[in-house]
Each structure stands twice: as structure tokens, then as C-alpha cells.
Ligand binder design. Structure first.
Ligand code: SAM
Length: 307
């Protein structure tokens, strides 16, 4: 469930069905959200009514109680009840409604999650301040956009659909022009054979043949993003520390160092955790901690160093 999408769009004045439509999720997802956040729908309904009554009175101070009741579909007694609550009381009541709980959650964005959708949505909320990313350099089949609008620009080194442009064309985007760019390179570095670390057959677009190729591709993407972003623009890079011939490539450290050398400021780091391991280690004796996480770096283009 796109919890953070619901958190940002949930409206306590709307019904469960209306909220489901507004958030693009099922009604059961909204019910779960209400339950897990301890939201009191009855209380919400009262506050919603009160808001409607006060708003109508403010707009039409001379309107009679009967007219107000007709217009809003409430009884005259309900109208009277909400009009006679004093302001202080109504303000306290309003802050106690679920909107308050929802706001509290929006203000408690965590550095880790089991949901990629939640991390992406939180990055957009905190940094890009937009509904989606402007440019995706590794669009693939667009799994990132299950719950997000499509990016305006989609590229991939090995495009898999017609609306995705070859990565070379991204080099033609005017320099210093974009607000946000996202990139998610393969996280398999093949030693030998046509299998990935999980023992499945892999296509060329899913892996790097050597460690050098992995480092080179990461550097190229960071450099390209730096060149195309305007100052203050955001570069989001998904990555994990990968295995290559029983060794770990600490790509995470490499990305941070190279990005900062160019002039990026690292403003955040989100950790995507999984309950099952992300790479398989078939037949290998365990020498290192097994990876149950990947990273989403958030870099802001700071003072320019020419590239
Ligand atoms: C893990 S997938 C991206 C998945 C994507 N984020 C999604 O939501 O579906 C990695 C992508 O990187 C692309 N890629 C592979 N090698 C690359 C390279 N050397 N440089 C740039 N992109 C590469 C692949 O074509 C592939 O589509």
C-alpha cells in the first residue's frame, strides 16, 4: 500500500470511497490506513460538519437557520449546535481530528522503509516538491511509477518500449536545465556464466560484466546528472553494495565520494529494507553480512565545479 500517498492526500471530510478514488487505492487500503493511524471517523464527521456550518455562516451571515439546514442537509438543531460552539473549542476540536494524526505522520518521514513506493513518495514530498521526477535515466519498465505519474523524460541504455528514448539522447538535454533526475543502475556484477547471483538467467541490461564497468557506469550517470541539473536540482540514485566474485563492491561509498567531488551535496539517504535477501549466495561460505537493504541517495546540485 502506498501509505505515504494516502498520508499526503487523505481528506477526513470525504468518505472512505471518495478517499480511495482521490488516492488511487482500494477502499480496504483506506480502511487499513484509518485503522493503523487510530483515526476516529465519527469524530472526523463531526468536525467536517462543523467546518461546513461555520464556512456557510461566514459566507452568508444573514442566512436563517432553516435555510442553512436546507442547504447543508442537516437538522436545524445540528446547525445550532455547531454555531454555538465557541471558537476556542472548535479550534481544539479541529486539531484533534485525524487531520492532525495524518499531519503528524507526514512530519515523521523515516530514513528506512520496506516500501520503495513510500521512499519515492517521501523524497518527492521532502525535496523535489513535485508529483513525480522530471527525468529518469534508467526507466526500464517503469516500476518506480506504479503509484506515481510518469516522468516527462524517460531514457534507458536498453529501451524496452517505444516511449523510452535511448540514453545517448539524454546528453542533448540543455545543461543546467532539469529540476530532478532519478537513476537506478543494475545491481548485479557478473563473474562468470549467464546467471545472476540468484541463479536466474539474466539479460544484458540487468548486469555489469565487470566491477570496472559498474564503477564506470555509476560515474557516467552521476556526471551526466550533474551536468543536466540546474543549481538546486535533485539527483536521486538508487544503489546497493553488490557482490562480485565473493567480494563486496562498496558502490555506496564510491557514489557518495564521486558525487561530492563533482559538487553535489548529499542531503539525505533512505534505506530500503527487504525481508528476504536481495542477492543469493548459493554454496558460498558466509564471510560477510548478507545484504537485506539498498539505498536511495538524495543529492542536491550545489556550487558548480565544471565537468
Ligand atoms: C534495475 S533496472 C531499472 C529499473 C527501473 N528503475 C524500474 O523502475 O523499472 C536498471 C536499468 O539500467 C539500465 N542499464 C544497464 N546498464 C547500464 C549502463 N551501463 N548505463 C546506464 N544504464 C544501464 C538497464 O537497461 C536497466 O533498464
Amino acid at each position: 500500500m502506498a501509505k505515504s500517498i494516502i498520508a499526503s492526500k487523505y481528506n477526513p471530510c470525504l468518505s472512505v470511497a471518495e478517499n480511495a478514488e482521490r488516492c488511487g487505492v482500494s477502499e480496504s487500503a483506506i480502511r487499513k490506513y484509518i485503522r493503523t493511524n487510530g483515526i476516529d471517523r465519527n469524530y472526523d464527521n463531526k468536525v467536517a460538519k462543523q467546518k461546513a456550518v461555520l464556512a456557510l455562516r461566514e459566507k452568508n451571515p444573514a442566512m436563517s437557520l432553516a435555510e442553512m439546514a436546507r442547504k447543508l442537509g442537516y437538522s436545524v438543531n445540528t446547525i445550532k449546535k455547531y454555531l454555538t460552539l465557541d471558537n476556542a473549542q472548535s479550534e481544539t476540536a479541529t486539531s484533534k481530528v485525524s487531520t492532525f494524526d495524518v499531519k503528524k505522520n507526514v512530519n515523521n518521514i523515516k530514513s528506512f522503509s520496506f516500501s520503495q513506493d513510500e521512499i519515492l513518495s517521501n523524497i518527492l514530498h521532502l525535496y523535489a516538491h513535485s508529483e513525480t521526477f522530471e527525468c529518469d535515466l534508467t526507466y526500464s519498465i517503469g516500476v518506480f511509477y506504479k503509484h506515481l505519474p510518469q516522468p516527462a523524460m524517460k531514457f534507458d541504455k536498453y529501451p524496452q518500449s517505444e516511449d523510452v528514448r535511448p540514453l545517448e539522447e539524454a546528453y542533448n538535454i540543455p545543461d543546467n536545465s532539469l529540476s530532478s533526475i532519478i537513476c537506478d543502475l543494475p545491481f548485479i556484477v557478473r563473474g562468470h556464466g549467464k546467471e545472476n547471483n540468484a541463479g536466474q538467467l539474466v539479460e544484458r541490461f540487468n548486469f555489469f560484466a565487470t566491477a570496472e564497468e559498474a564503477y564506470q557506469a555509476n560515474l557516467e550517470m552521476i556526471t551526466l546528472a550533474f551536468r543536466k541539473l540546474k543549481r538546486g536540482g535533485y539527483f536521486i540514485m538508487k544503489s546497493m553494495d553488490v557482490r562480485c566474485k565473493a567480494h563486496t563492491l562498496w558502490l555506496n561509498a564510491y557514489i557518495q565520494v564521486e558525487a561530492m567531488k563533482l559538487g553535489f551535496v548529499m542531503v539525505d539517504l533512505f534505506i530500503l529494507a527487504t525481508k528476504s535477501r536481495m542477492l543469493s549466495y548459493r554454496g558460498e561460505k558466509q564471510n560477510h553480512a548478507r545484504k537485506y537493504h539498498s539505498y536511495f541517495f538524495v543529492f542536491r546540485k550545489g556550487n558548480s565545479i565544471s565537468v
